[in-house]
Design a protein around this ligand. Structure first.
Ligand SMILES: Nc1ncnc2c1ncn2[C@@H]1O[C@H](COP(=O)(O)OP(=O)(O)O)[C@@H](O)[C@H]1O
Ligand SMILES: [Mg+2]
Length: 143
């Protein structure tokens, strides 16, 4: 078992820090390029949601990411203590968004759900939102 926890300010400049940190933590497991790209995409979507929707880009707030590795099973949690999700049943629906501009196509959570083995969302209004994402790395010996 190997674990890490990182906390950073809710500014979009830190999205790349989060992506790179997660990818680096996975490096000893020798992931494929495709797996690295998938994890980076998952982190981008989850962290940008926390920063934009959770915190409205308030730099005084913090996003927390935690990772747990057991064998080749990876669990990532992305947590904010922001505004929370009102329609928890609807948010995973493709194209559902509360930010109706061109940059927000409403596909972030759908993309995470597609790339991950499992996506759980826990959210309470004005308490915050936690995404629990699990995804196994391929076993290279069996390829
Ligand atoms: N961390 C969060 N805090 C509050 N609301 C969120 C959070 N993540 C997602 N949401 C809500 O879920 C909706 C869908 O998210 P997503 O699928 O990533 O689409 P988009 O970010 O393009 O709107 C968002 O528009 C927002 O209303
Ligand atoms: Mg999004």
């Amino acid at each position: 078992m190997n674990q890490m926890e990182v906390s950073f300010s809710a500014i979009l400049d830190n999205e790349n820090f989060a992506r790179t940190t997660v990818a680096t933590f996975l490096t000893p497991l020798n992931p494929t390029i495709d797996e690295i790209i998938e994890w980076k995409t998952i982190v981008s979507e989850a962290v940008s949601n926390a920063i934009i929707h959770g915190y409205n880009q308030n730099s005084e707030c913090f996003v927390v990411i935690k990772m747990k590795i057991e064998g080749r099973q990876i669990q990532l949690t992305v947590q904010d203590y922001g505004k929370g999700i009102e329609n928890l049943e609807e948010v995973k629906t493709p194209f559902y968004t509360t930010a109706k501009d061109l940059e927000h196509a409403g596909m972030g959570l759908t993309i995470i759900e597609t790339l991950a083995d499992r996506l759980e969302i826990e959210s309470v209004i004005n308490i915050g939102t936690k995404l629990i994402i699990t995804k196994n790395l391929k076993d290279h010996d069996t390829i």
